[in-house]
Design a protein around this ligand. Structure first.
Ligand code: PEP
Ligand code: MN
Length: 333
């Protein structure tokens, strides 16, 4: 439920109302706009007498909102959330390029690719060390050693790093990782999400293969309810009947999530299409529909990548895409 206060409401009147609302066992989130102040009532609002609230002289309007996500909801927080990662801002209107290999393979590999993607416009380096794999016979990742190598690449280039966590038992290993990624297959691992709500580091949550956007927002809510409001949403394609692509990239997720939530939304054109040849057109489309960033798999030698060679592009191609994205963002400003 939200209550919009009239423009001339005094601080005393507002505090008085908030105390009363808190007495009804709801949490109150205050969002001050230029004219109106919006009170977001979080928790069990069923005891609140809506008509009584509506009748108060300082209340302009009351809205009962059905969305079960409150903290992620734009209604309570009209301004975009901007997440700072080092000097990089995600959600400020720019399209942040996140690039790197699917997997960290060796220290030389990750440092080399980090330098190349940085030169080509990447602002954040990606690389998985704990791998989600479809088969136990595939490369499973270098685990904690891989994270150490990623940290070395960060030291060499200054690029902040993002990597996927699979188990909360590994959290300590992620201490120097700038953004923790929750993979599509863990999107509804609520115990993991709740633990990530206790930390104060940005968390990127990928949409599950068969999850709708409300479920993605509820996953964000699990993290935010714990007090960690630094959540980034990521559209990475969903499973449909189509077989010419690995997944179907639902680009409408970008404007829909932007409408529903104040959180930044990034797009992964690599995982979604599954093929390097489709990465460029879908990156450009994602930039055009307002994505706050792109996460792209880049490998020096895709033919010999230890994972996801099929969807990986080389650094030169990444550089060309980055240039085009800059032009697109100029046009849609
Ligand atoms: C990845 O980004 O490396 C990854 C495994 O992505 P997803 O969870 O979207 O499949
Ligand atoms: Mn991958």
């Amino acid at each position: 439920m939200i209550a919009v206060l009239k423009p001339n409401t005094t601080i005393e009147q507002r505090s008085h109302l908030i105390d009363w609302l808190k007495g009804q066992n709801v949490d109150v989130h205050i969002s001050e706009g230029k004219e109106y102040t919006v009170l977001g009532l979080v928790g069990n609002t069923s005891n609140i007498d809506v008509e009584l609230l509506q009748s108060l002289s300082i209340v302009s309007s009351v809205k009962i909102i059905s969305e079960p996500f409150k903290k992620a909801n734009r209604k309570f927080h009209p301004e975009n959330t901007v997440i700072n990662v080092g000097d990089v801002k995600i959600g400020d209107g720019s399209c942040v390029m996140i690039a790197g290999p699917s997997s960290v393979e060796s220290e030389e590999q990750i440092i080399d690719i980090a330098k190349k993607v940085k030169a080509a416009g990447a602002k954040i380096l990606r690389g998985s060390a704990f791998k989600q794999s479809g088969s136990p016979y595939e490369f499973q990742g270098l685990k904690a050693d891989g994270i150490d190598m990623l940290i070395e690449a960060k030291k060499e280039t200054g690029l902040p790093i993002i990597s996927e966590i699979m188990s909360i038992n590994d959290l300590a290993v992620f201490e120097n990782v700038d953004i923790i990624q929750v993979g599509a297959r863990n999107m509804q691992n609520t115990e993991l999400l709740k633990e990530l709500g206790r930390i104060r580091k940005p968390v990127l949550i990928k949409r599950g293969l068969a999850n709708n956007l409300k479920e993605l927002l509820m996953s964000a809510e699990h993290v935010m309810a714990g007090g960690n409001e630094k959540v980034i949403l990521c559209e990475r394609g969903i499973r449909t009947f189509e077989t010419y692509t690995k997944n179907t990239l639902d680009l409408s997720a970008v404007p829909v999530l932007h409408e529903l939530s104040h959180l930044p939304v990034i797009v992964d054109p690599s995982r979604s299409t599954g093929y390097s040849k489709y990465v460029e057109p879908m990156s450009l489309a994602a930039a055009a529909c307002g994505a706050d960033g792109l996460m792209i798999e880049v490998h020096e030698d895709p033919m010999n990548a230890l994972s996801d060679g099929a969807s990986s592009i080389d650094p030169e191609h990444f550089a060309r895409i980055s240039d085009k994205i800059r032009m697109i963002r100029e046009v849609i400003k």
